[in-house]
Design a protein around this ligand. Sequence first.
Ligand code: GGG
Length: 346
Amino acid sequence: MLVALLPGDGIGPEIIAEARRVLEALDLGLGFEEAPVGGSAYKAQGHPLPPRTLDLARRADAILFGAVGDPDCDRLERHLRPEQAILGLRKELGLFANLRPARLFDELLDASALRPEVIRGTDLVIVRELNGDVYFGEKAMRTTADGLREGYDVMSYNEAEVRRIARVGFETARARGGRLCSVDKANVLETSQLWRDVVTEVAAEYPDVALSHMLVDSAAMQLVRDPRQFDVIVTGNLFGDILSDQASMCVGSIGLLPSAALNDAQKGLYEPIHGSAPDIAGQGKANPLATILSAAMMLRYSLAMPEPADRIEAAVAKALAGGARTADLGGTLTAARMTDAVLAAL
Ligand code: GGG
């Protein structure tokens, strides 16, 4: 089985190297091929998603992705910016379903900014739609007739797009606690009214799943007030992006949250939800656990290796239970020493 490693920018190369160490230690017979992506690819090859990188992503059985984003590229035309690489991969490979689990490791009750009695037992999954919304609608910057600069991004969904992600939400809820909360802004947005209507229609196929609807502003507040009320959240691209960063604070750190981006054929791209953190790049102090846990998701969802996936997750829990902490969790371990603690626990 071939795994494409796309480290990207900032802390991306450091965390991908640590996840690779864990995968290699498991001796699963995986082959690895690496290619540039994001700002580093632009600097080396003139494009954030070079043809060879896209070709590798297509050939591979699964993709382990680091992070993209580079302040040096902020003023580039939009199609050349690092972020276009991840959007392009999601679109080219039809990766429409983004699973973002946020589960509190008991040992980290004290690492969150929220009170222990509020977060104890938090275990939720955000199912984020990944191929539509303002990320892919028509967008432009222009100057209006009266000389004002104006930017716009069109938010749009069609019912087929909503139906397929709704089904992923219901299936995920069916396999877990049986509760699905659909998050939208139906009191203001047409896209959200369509979203709510279609999700409600799909609910008829899943009588065993309890569906609720929540406005995104309320969901943001409820996530902090009482995250345990959520089992599975299904939502659009923009709202899912924001709510999952927020959910990470309920479980201790954004450095802990993995993700899977899947298409209909379970081909997957796996990445930490955090970005490239250029402020700490090259210092060896990034938390590698979100990427290591993304590798576990990759084994489970795309490579049909659930047993080593379980082992990685158990080893992460054991390392944390043993007191291993990177800076984001209030500790002093480097990325390499944190990985050592996971390897020792394996
Ligand atoms: N590893 C996540 C990452 O690189 N994030 C940067 C980014 O631009 N993400 C866009 C998105 O997740 O929609």
